[in-house]
Design a protein around this ligand. Structure first.
Ligand code: SF4
Ligand code: SF4
Length: 311
């Protein structure tokens, strides 16, 4: 049965010329909505499924054009450190987007728009020449693409119909039924291993890791999809050598030697995005040093595995 290209989802980014989301040159499609709440999330605008207002205080000149267009009276001028800006009261804001076009300084934008499978694949296939010459393809990411079974299944099928190789980035937190519907259309599964201790996994992400580990083994052994393990290395959360060694042991003993381990050093992009979404952050996470990342890579390699720093 051909893909149903009329299915929709909220897409918050289609990133072209992507080289960190699988092999070759890729287009990465980011779906909005995720069942996890990782404390270090790099894409907090992906947490909720609906489009959301993002506000960039540094671009705001306090011109006040946005104030009268807001039907919910959510915007008012405030002052901080001698700078005036258009504060948005998030308890009143309904993410309607009316203020975005009123702003001439691009200080306001909506994260996310509803798109059909057809619209997404039309954009993706424009780069097919790059895919064919570099061994790349389309990567479906998020948020969590497994939350959107019908869209993900049909987008992956549509990519294959167009002769485009597919990869997915996923926490693998889903039912077996969902896994069995999606992964037959996946050529490479990039699977997150956020913490090997289930209690700590639940503490830091909101969900335990039992079903996740079971699913990754099922994808690799039963569905025969090649897997890369992706380990976000978050200072003070999961980057200790005990956890990285436990991760390497899981890959070696429960998966196979051909599973590449990608160690992803924490970056601070998510922190400024949280501010744009109106979320207060009174903490910040240290970025791991290059030397420490090299030590973690050597640790994984000591188990006879292939490791790399970055996606
Ligand atoms: S998105 Fe809509 S409700 Fe929110 S501040 Fe802008 S105009 Fe007001
Ligand atoms: S229209 Fe834009 S620049 Fe003017 S006050 Fe509103 S957010 Fe700031």
């Amino acid at each position: 049965m051909p893909a149903d290209r009329s299915v929709t989802a909220t897409i918050f980014n289609i990133q072209t010329y992507s080289i960190h989301d699988g092999p070759g040159i890729r287009v990465t499609v980011f779906i909005k909505g995720c069942p996890l709440r990782c404390e270090w999330c790099a894409n907090p605008e992906s947490n909720l499924t609906h489009p959301q207002l993002m506000f960039y205080k540094d671009k705001c000149t306090a011109c006040q054009r946005c104030i009268p267009v807001c039907p919910n009276h959510a915007i008012s001028i405030r002052e901080k450190d001698g700078k005036y800006y258009a504060f948005t009261d998030r308890s009143l804001c309904k993410d309607c987007g009316a203020c975005v076009s009123a702003c001439l300084n691009e200080a306001r934008e909506m994260a996310g728009e509803t798109m059909t499978v057809q619209a997404v694949i039309d954009r993706v296939k424009k780069d097919k020449l790059f895919f064919d010459t570099s061994g790349g393809g389309m990567t479906l990411s998020g948020g969590e693409m497994l939350m959107f079974l019908a869209f993900s299944e049909n987008l992956l099928m549509a990519a294959h119909e167009e002769g485009i190789s597919t990869a997915t980035e996923s926490s693998c937190f889903a039912s077996t039924e969902v896994i069995d519907r999606v992964f037959p259309h996946v050529d490479l599964a990039l699977c997150d291993l956020k913490h090997m201790d289930s209690q700590k996994h639940k503490l830091y992400t909101g969900v335990p890791n039992g079903k996740i580990l079971e699913n990754i083994k099922h994808i690799y052994h039963d569905l025969k999809v090649p897997v890369w393990a992706r380990v976000p290395c978050i200072t003070g959360y999961n980057d200790d050598k005990v956890n990285i060694a436990a991760t390497a042991k899981f890959v070696k003993n429960e998966l196979g030697d051909d599973v590449r381990v990608c160690l992803l050093p924490y970056h601070r992009l998510g922190e400024s995005k949280n501010e744009s979404l109106g979320k207060e952050m009174d903490w910040s996470i240290e970025i791991p040093t290059d030397e420490y990342m090299q030590e973690l890579k050597a640790l994984v390699e000591s188990y006879g595995l292939t490791a790399q720093i970055g996606g």
